[in-house]
Design a protein around this ligand. Sequence first.
Ligand SMILES: Cc1cc2nc3c(=O)[nH]c(=O)nc-3n(C[C@H](O)[C@H](O)[C@H](O)COP(=O)(O)O)c2cc1C
Length: 204
Amino acid sequence: MKKIALLIVLAAMTLGATAQDCCSKAKNETKKDCCSKSNETKQCKTMKALVTYFSASGVTRNAANELAGIIGADLFEITPEKLYTDADLNWRDKKSRSTIEMNDKASRPAIKDGGKVKNLAQYDVVYVGFPIWWYTAPTIINTFLEANDFTGKTIVPFATSGGSSIDQACKDLKAAYPKYKFGDGKLLNRINKADIEKWAAAVK
Ligand SMILES: Cc1cc2nc3c(=O)[nH]c(=O)nc-3n(C[C@H](O)[C@H](O)[C@H](O)COP(=O)(O)O)c2cc1C
């Protein structure tokens, strides 16, 4: 009985080593290329992901938590140095903080502790979530993208909204940061596990 158990452990270790070799042999290939060529689907899932998000009133926070749970990612909250009050979020008020910030493309609201992600080097994919404000991403997302170096990673936007799509936000972010690689953005007003898994699996 013990011998059989030992054989099973050895077989599992051999398989594990083969999967590891798959990528280590091909240094100039991305993990995904390597996986698809060798059919090592297990290896494809080694892309380490971080879910980051800004949420003024909690909706995007819930979506981010669900997303991180489904794809097994770490979480990082983009917390404003000065939290947004209800009055700040009043889009009908031309003088509210959010209206003033969104009318000034150069505004960069400060993030608590500077917004730098510790150990960013370990992540291949960084999901960046936010509420849609005036059809696009709040400018605190610009602060965040400028506080960190995402070279070599894939940034994947996601958002919640009152109904607007994420398309304009993705377009604006890609135009503002052409040096970075962006994956397809997704609106997460409704969470569908299978849908999210399919979306996440397509990230390169
Ligand atoms: C200043 C402001 C502007 C907004 N602009 C839009 C918009 O253009 N389109 C839309 O569908 N929803 C808009 N919304 C609604 C938010 O996107 C929506 O309530 C979101 O889910 C809030 O997320 P949060 O709770 O994470 O902050 C806006 C909300 C605020 C406060």
